[in-house]
Design a protein around this ligand. Structure first.
Ligand code: IPM
Ligand code: MN
Length: 370
């Protein structure tokens, strides 16, 4: 019996996670769900954005589906009294935290840290043959870089520490090389037309070592050192600004990308924009162990929350990645096929130009799975 932890969170997370659960229920009838709270509403209600019970539920589950949560933006957002009413109004901010949000930390960042989910896998695939083919995977380092949490103010100067370690860089590189091999093996076995070309596995290291000589110098050096163990994978490197341009101009030149935390964050949204937007982009946060957290790349989208029109595809494709993680090797491609067939039939939410609701898209996908 499989137990999946569901953390809908805030905004459209409350709509897309039940949709993804409906799909999981359809392909894995015996699955058990445990629902847990996190996010802004949870923080306001219980004083914790990521309660201990939620952490325990994630630890106990065979996998977690995470929706989205709303976070205050630095100290620009006027803070409700619950955030500022805790301490003395004139006390300095705690190290590593913004002025108005001293006890709110993004739950997804906390989960990545807590369970050392060091790799963020973000596949970007064109689901419909309605444009240039796009089929790449961004492997984003998930634990350090500019997400180190080491930010501080010194008067009118603000400083962020960009932490890069050899250990984290080598392990993310290794994960990326393994993914390049895996994708190549899957391509080779899925190809039905013997004449069609099988792309060789390729990894592009994306950095900014011309400017960030020390930090990205170490990241680059670590990735290249690991490359020696993967002579079958073609290795290239690109500066992040050029990579942004080439992703738009010729996405076909990328297979697997490995990069640092913030660059991966930005490039994954850019790449999602190539294939229909954030509504269709899935991701997996994985580490060395059994615990893994799957989440659509999109956020809580408060502008459309509660209207029943959020695109469930990003969450459903994240559930497909969860199926892969569970070793349900047959179910995952079935889900991807049902999603593609549903979109091909024109059943899409408004972000993709359609008129269907979240529920209609989800039902249409589930119908193709029964
Ligand atoms: C993502 C999100 C998160 C991130 C936010 C919500 C903290 O943008 O998963 O890409 O920056 O990693
Ligand atoms: Mn992001």
């Amino acid at each position: 019996m499989r137990t999946i932890c569901l953390i809908p969170g805030d905004g459209v997370g409350q709509e897309v996670i039940p949709a993804a659960a409906q799909v999981l229920q359809t392909v894995l009838p015996g699955v058990q769900f445990v629902e847990a709270a996190a996010g802004w509403a949870c923080f306001e209600r219980h004083g914790a954005a990521l309660p201990e019970a939620t952490v325990a539920a994630v630890a106990a589950a065979d996998g977690t589906l995470f929706g989205a949560t709303q976070s205050p933006i630095g100290n620009l957002t006027p803070q409700p009294p619950s955030l500022t009413g805790k301490g003395e109004p004139n006390s300095p901010p705690l190290a590593g935290e913004g002025l108005g949000e001293r006890s709110y930390r993004s739950p997804i960042l906390a989960l990545r840290k807590q369970f050392d989910l060091y790799a963020n896998l973000r596949p970007v695939t064109r689901l419909l043959p309605d444009g240039r083919p796009v089929d790449l995977l961004i492997v984003r380092e998930n634990t350090e870089g500019l997400y180190s949490g080491r930010e501080r103010r010194e008067g009118d100067t603000a400083i962020a520490e960009r932490v890069i370690t050899r250990r984290a860089s080598e392990r993310i590189a290794r994960k990326a090389f393994e993914q390049a091999r895996l994708r190549h093996a899957n391509r080779s076995s899925e190809i039905r037309n013997p004449k069609s070309e099988i792309r060789n596995p390729k990894l592009t290291i994306i950095h900014k070592a011309n400017v960030l000589k020390v930090t990205d110098g170490l990241f680059r050096e670590s990735c290249l050192a690991v490359a020696a163990d993967y002579p079958d994978v073609q290795v290239g490197e690109m500066l992040v600004d050029a990579a942004a341009m080439w992703l738009v101009k010729d996405p076909g030149r990328f297979d697997v990308i490995v990069t640092t935390n913030l660059f991966g964050d930005i490039l994954s949204d850019l790449a999602a924009g190539l294939v229909g937007g954030l509504g269709v982009a899935p991701s997996a946060n994985v580490g060395a162990g059994r615990v893994a957290v799957f989440e659509p790349v999109h956020g809580s989208a408060p502008d459309i929350a509660g209207r029943g029109i959020a695109n469930p595809v990003g969450a459903i494709l994240s559930a497909a990645m969860l199926l892969d993680h569970l070793g349900e090797g047959h179910a995952a491609p079935r889900v991807r096929g049902a999603v593609a067939a549903t979109l091909a039939a024109g059943i899409t939410t408004p972000d993709l130009g359609g008129t269907a609701t979240t529920a209609q898209v989800t039902d249409a996908i589930c119908q193709r799975l029964t």
